[in-house]
Write a protein that binds this ligand. Structure first.
Ligand SMILES: [Cu+2]
Length: 192
């Protein structure tokens, strides 16, 4: 018995991720694993056809496959970042000690002041350009220009800052709990 779990998030982007409706698709047994792979692929393709909006499960149970397309992302505000940024959580609960993956969409002309995170930070640039640097003083001259496909890895607790010129999408992954601490408390939008 091959079970394929698909989730069909509700159209309302403001709905909590946990409220997404899940559907379990059951495929009859008797195939070898290659045939099963074909069935899985066809099932996902069918799912995409009948639910063109999205078929990802943003809160996959540990150990079950998760596949997310760019149109599946549900963007929300980020209270811990300066206004204008949007976050789409792909995997994990950011405040728990579990693996997480999320994307950040930063508008043009955006600036992230000097800050640190409790865990190691892996940043992959998906689109746009991130100007990014490690250090405890915001200094545009020392930033690296990270184009799509670029990766930055910042050790736990290492200060960093960055900015954009055009809209830029990043993917961040690691193991939680996630958090952000601004070196200058006045930079923290949660304190304003
Ligand atoms: Cu950071």
């Amino acid at each position: 018995m091959q079970r394929v779990r698909l989730a069909l998030p509700e159209a309302d982007a403001s709905a909590p991720l946990d409220s997404m409706a899940s559907t379990t698709w059951t495929v009859t047994s008797g195939r070898n694993k290659y045939e099963n792979l074909v069935v899985v692929a066809m099932t996902f393709a069918l799912g995409a056809l009948i639910a063109p909006a999205t078929w990802a499960d943003s809160h996959a149970k540990a150990g079950s496959p998760l596949m997310v397309g760019p149109n599946d992302l549900q963007w929300a505000d980020v209270p811990s970042l300066p206004p204008g940024a949007k976050i789409a959580v792909i995997e994990g609960s950011l405040n728990e000690a579990v693996p997480f993956t999320f994307r950040l969409k930063l508008p043009a002309g955006y600036k992230i002041p000097v800050h640190t995170h409790p865990p190691i930070e892996h940043v992959t640039v998906i689109s746009g350009t991130l100007y990014f640097a490690g250090g405890d003083t915001f200094d545009e001259a020392s930033a690296k220009m990270l184009t799509p496909g670029s990766v930055a890895i910042m050790p736990a607790g290492h200060p960093m800052y960055g900015w954009t010129k055009a809209e830029t999408i990043l993917q961040v992954h690691g193991v939680g709990p996630w958090g952000i601490t601004y070196l200058n408390l006045a930079d923290d939008p949660r304190k304003k």
